[in-house]
Design a protein. Structure first.
Length: 72
């Protein structure tokens, strides 16, 4: 299987986005855990604003509905 990164997305010769979905999911967990560890003393409202601002980079998330949950 051949794959490469183009404009921040992983493109493979199998014409599916499974690897890119895994990468984005993994990055979401990394950003969320970093936010939790750095801002653990803040109130929940501040954490929600920070989460929505820095963790939810969902530019093309509407395409994810076509993939089964087993990808993750």
């Amino acid at each position: 299987m051949s794959q490469f990164k183009y404009l921040g997305h992983i493109i493979s010769d199998t014409t599916n986005d499974d690897d890119d979905l895994r990468r984005e999911t993994r990055n979401l967990f990394v950003r969320t855990n970093a936010l939790i560890s750095k801002f653990y003393r803040c109130c929940i409202n501040v954490k929600l604003v920070l989460f929505k601002t820095f963790c939810l980079c969902v530019y093309d998330v509407t395409l994810w509905k076509y993939y089964p949950v087993t990808v993750f």
